[in-house]
Design a protein. Structure first.
Length: 309
């Protein structure tokens, strides 16, 4: 039975654990710094599994020795964005948390694949890559499925077509500079432009970009149901060696002339983690926006000191 650890037993961590359990992907360790929280959440989740006949064990822990043998470690530990904060405001505090968590992963789960969820996402994924010292294919960031999910939701509402027939792609930063790609969005076999004019498409792109802030404005805290679902899709792609193409924050190694920075690109996810990074053809405008987005991530990374890790 595979073992999946979720570090951080808050909203996203517990949602991810539930979604992973619902898919019976393996046993789960929920870890947090708060005494009692992961143990209580684990009991609750185990009872959900009992009701649903899911033969999965969930263990709550404050001790990193319990993550030994993990195949995948999902990192949701950190502070969340408050209504008046940008994702970059979180940078310095969450970087310290991710450094600490990454050291524990390096020590206790040295063979695991790591999926970072903590914001600012691309920067935190890079911090985890640097501090664990793992090969880049084993350290990735979750976010693209969330942004594309929101985009597909808006397209479905306009066109009245099943989610199953709508494919989209996002690249760049998980943040205000994300670059949605209508040019790589398909409804059935046709490009989106066949069904939607430029103005409506631009509205949907803009609404997608603002969706995270809109959820925080409405309910007072950030999304967790959708992130939990998306994390489980990535865990499943890895554990079942699915070779699924998923927008994933990954180390750039020369794609579009960029390197030594994490940003979202379509990636093939399988048993090795990120097995291939794809480079969709971009228009000059999309390329400019992607480079600007990468610059924002790079500037944020440059505010951190990663030498003494
Ligand atoms: P929350 O419900 O506050 O849970 C965070 C948990 O992390 C809390 O239980 C903390 O006790 C725990 N924690 C803090 N420091 C440590 C530590 N050093 N070691 C272990 N656990 C620790 O937040 P949340 O679950 O809503 O969000 C968690 C993170 O995910 C935040 O940074 C969010 O911004 C981010 N997030 C990212 C996305 C993406 O799509 C990338 C979506 C939603 C949330």
């Amino acid at each position: 039975m595979p073992l999946i650890t979720v570090v951080g037993s808050g909203r996203v961590g517990t949602s991810a654990a539930l979604q992973i359990a619902l898919r019976e992907l393996g046993d789960i360790v929920l870890l947090d710094v708060i005494q009692g929280l992961p143990q209580g959440e684990a009991l609750d989740l185990n009872h959900a599994c009992a009701i649903l006949d899911l033969d999965v064990d969930v263990k709550g822990s404050n001790d990193y020795r319990d993550i030994q043998g993990s195949d995948v470690v999902v990192v949701t530990a950190g502070l969340t964005r408050k209504p008046d904060m940008t994702r970059l405001d979180l940078l310095l505090k969450n970087a310290e948390i991710i450094k600490e968590v990454s050291r524990h992963i390096r020590e206790n789960a040295p063979k695991s694949k790591v999926i970072v969820v903590t914001n600012p996402l691309d920067v935190m994924a890079y911090v985890a890559y640097r501090v664990t010292g793992f090969e880049s294919r084993r350290v990735m960031g979750f976010s693209g499925l969330l942004d594309v999910g929101r985009y597909r939701y808006l397209i479905r509402n306009r066109l009245g077509v099943s989610y199953k027939s709508i494919r989209g792609m996002v690249i760049g930063e998980h943040g205000d500079s994300m670059v949605l790609l209508p040019s790589h969005t398909y409804v059935g076999t046709e490009p989106l432009s066949k069904y939607m004019d430029e103005k409506s498409t631009a509205e949907i792109v803009e609404a997608t970009r603002k969706m995270g802030a809109e959820i925080i404005r409405l309910k007072g805290w950030s999304a967790h149901h959708a992130p939990g679902a998306g994390v489980a899709v990535m865990v499943e792609a890895i554990l079942k060696d699915q070779k699924s193409i998923i927008p994933t924050s990954t180390l750039l190694t020369g794609q579009y002339g960029e390197k030594d920075v994490y940003a979202v690109l379509p990636c093939v996810l399988g048993a090795e983690g990120v097995e291939k990074v794809l480079e969709p053809s971009l228009s000059p405008d999309e390329l400019t926006k992607f480079r600007e987005s990468v610059k924002i991530i790079r500037n944020a990374v440059n505010q951190l000191s990663l030498d003494k890790t």
